[in-house]
Design a protein around this ligand. Structure first.
Ligand SMILES: [Zn+2]
Length: 89
């Protein structure tokens, strides 16, 4: 089950990551221009909010070895902040 030293979870799927027991599914990768003008890649992940279970998307640097996604939807990420619209994905 081991693949190149990467910790294998029960979801042995490159499009799925488990973060502290929370599942995130890769939905897109796209180029992103940083503020300093350099190019990078961002992966968009789809997860379910810990508070309400709603699907939401978050992004992380594709090439970064670390993965620290948001764990809550936009409504619960910042308590007290109004949410303009639901994610229409
Ligand atoms: Zn939520």
């Amino acid at each position: 089950m081991s693949k190149g030293g990467i910790r294998v979870t029960e979801y042995d799927d490159p499009n799925v990551r488990i973060y502290h027991g929370q599942m995130f599914r890769r939905v897109a990768e796209r180029e992103h221009v940083r503020e300093d003008g350099t190019l990078t890649w961002l992966t968009t992940w789809c997860g379910k909010c810990l508070e309400c279970g709603a699907s939401f998307e978050c992004k992380s640097p594709t090439l970064s070895p670390t993965f620290s996604p948001n764990r809550r939807c936009s409504r619960h990420r910042k308590p007290g902040v109004k949410v303009g619209r639901e994610a229409d994905v």
